[in-house]
Design a protein around this ligand. Structure first.
Ligand code: FAD
Length: 449
């Protein structure tokens, strides 16, 4: 996590090993990574009956004495996500959605998709599928702030539950291990059960029965545990920034497939600090050479090329913020479970951002893993039980691979130049746009309903 605010005053120290030197677990489940996926999973496991540790190299991004999200940033975070209805339901369940609704968010009601080479175009409309919106666009940092604020709130409730004057103290659910990065992983046994110990860069260790890697695309834990991955470069980079257009966006998202890669305008919310509804977050995925060229442009030249690439949509671009660039890499772990280590979120799969599905797939991993751990606990199975973990893997590996395949198909399909492929694309987009049932089915699929 970057841009951290306050250190966690409520981080609790791990239990020490016993006097004989034998290992004891600090928690049943240790989640490494308190980003969008890891923090959500920790909160989702609140009533699982498991003791959960959450470890991150960053600090808790929440005030320790307030239930309100930490910040109302003056400027927009360049990284945003479009959350589907399923992700929204999960955030509602863990008590975070209402906090997000108090911060900037943009429920978008229309989406237009078209391509550079041809006349094919599809328009999606929330009204047509009788939904209030097609999804909500929210800045990454605001979601992490809201998750961490909820974690801090839960820690305070937990401390009250465990106070000496409580008649029946509840078992401790959550321990935070913030401000420490993972450096080594050691596997051992205790009373015939697997136990893993993480060595952190500050010299501390934390041990657990089950270790969950939610430490992002470049997961150190995945590498330490020896997971094999299939990965390749797209040969593209994504440029992300915030822009202001001359006209209002009317809560419409745009995606245009250029021959050098897709370009998306994601409408941002108006707020007291930033009124008007003329700001969008953009993700411009472009072949490496073109991306380098765009990064080297002056602001004025960039705005003009961007306006041209989006065919002057929303009256053209009048201002753009600092540009950030990410190399695009597809990565998928061959397995999500190895012994007592499990992968979730980007640690298991990273996909092209063209359909904005990365976080949403991670949220579905969270739901599946939490449900399997809970079902296992009901059947008196331990969290590290291979049967429980394999059920999670079976539930998620197929759908994640299918979505990655679809994105790959889109990416390739729209960059192909042969006339026959271009003709097919045009016919395809026109057909989707003409057939209302198909259009509605696609909109519902993207929304996750
Ligand atoms: C340009 C771009 C645009 C995108 N747009 C979208 C979009 O519109 N919609 C969407 O759904 N997705 C989008 N994504 C993908 C999305 O950002 C990721 O899927 C999401 O951030 C993954 O969440 P995560 O929690 O798995 O990992 P991360 O968000 O990367 O969190 C990982 C956490 O682990 C911690 N960590 C890392 N290493 C260690 C360590 N060694 N020790 C301890 N802690 C560690 C980090 O501090 C961090 O808190 C986009 C991605 C890119 C690159």
């Amino acid at each position: 996590m970057s841009g951290s605010n306050t250190p966690s005053s409520e981080s609790l120290e791990p239990r020490k090993s016993s006097a004989s030197g034998a290992a004891t677990a600090d928690c049943d489940v240790l989640i490494v990574g308190a980003g969008l996926v890891g923090a959500t999973l920790a909160l989702r496991l609140r009533d699982s009956g498991l003791s959960v540790g959450l470890l991150d190299k960053g600090v808790l991004r929440a005030p320790s004495d307030s239930a309100e999200p930490a910040t109302q940033h003056q400027s927009f975070d360049p990284r945003v996500v479009a959350l589907t209805a399923q992700s929204q339901q999960l955030l509602e369940r863990i008590g975070v959605w209402s906090k997000l609704m108090q911060t900037r968010h943009c429920p978008y009601t229309q989406m237009r998709v078209w391509e550079q080479d041809g006349t094919g175009e599809v328009e999606f409309d929330a009204e047509e599928i009788h939904e209030p919106s097609l999804g909500s666009i929210i800045e990454n940092s605001l979601i992490v702030d809201a998750l961490h604020t909820r974690l801090a709130e839960c820690l305070r409730e937990q401390a009250q539950d465990q106070a000496p004057d409580q008649k029946r103290a509840r078992a401790k659910w959550l321990t935070l291990f913030m401000g420490r990065g993972v450096s080594e992983l050691e596997h051992t046994q205790e009373a015939g059960r697997p136990l893993s110990r993480l060595h952190c860069d500050d010299g501390s260790t934390v041990s657990a029965r089950l270790i969950i890697a939610a430490d992002g695309g470049n997961s150190r834990l995945r590498d330490l545990a020896g997971f094999e991955t299939r990965e390749w470069d797209y040969g593209q980079k994504a440029i992300v920034t915030t822009i202001r257009t001359r006209e209002m966006h009317d809560r419409t998202a745009l995606q245009r497939f250029l021959t050098t890669g897709p370009l998306a305008f994601l409408p941002l919310a108006e707020s007291a600090e930033i009124p008007q509804g003329r700001h969008c977050s953009i993700v411009w995925s472009a072949d490496d050479a073109r991306a380098d060229e765009l990064m080297a442009c002056t602001d004025q030249a960039f705005n003009s090329q961007l306006s041209h690439a989006m065919e002057g949509a929303f009256g053209g671009v009048e201002w753009s913020d600092t540009r950030h660039v990410f190399p695009l890499r597809q990565r998928h772990a061959k397995h999500y479970v190895q012994g007592n280590v499990v992968l979730v979120g980007d640690a298991a799969h990273t996909i092209h951002p063209l359909a904005g599905q990365g976080v949403n797939l991670g949220m579905l991993d969270v739901v599946a893993l939490a449900e399997e751990l809970e079902a296992g606990a009901e059947a008196r199975r331990r969290p590290e039980d291979p049967l429980v973990l394999r059920r999670y893997q079976r539930r998620r590996i197929g759908p994640n691979l299918a979505m990655m395949g679809l994105m790959e198909g889109f990416k390739r399909g729209f960059s192909e130049q042969p006339i026959a492929v271009r003709w097919l694309r045009n016919v395809g987009l026109h057909s989707v746009n003409r057939v209302a049932a198909l259009r509605k089915a696609l909109a519902r699929k993207a929304l996750g309903i």
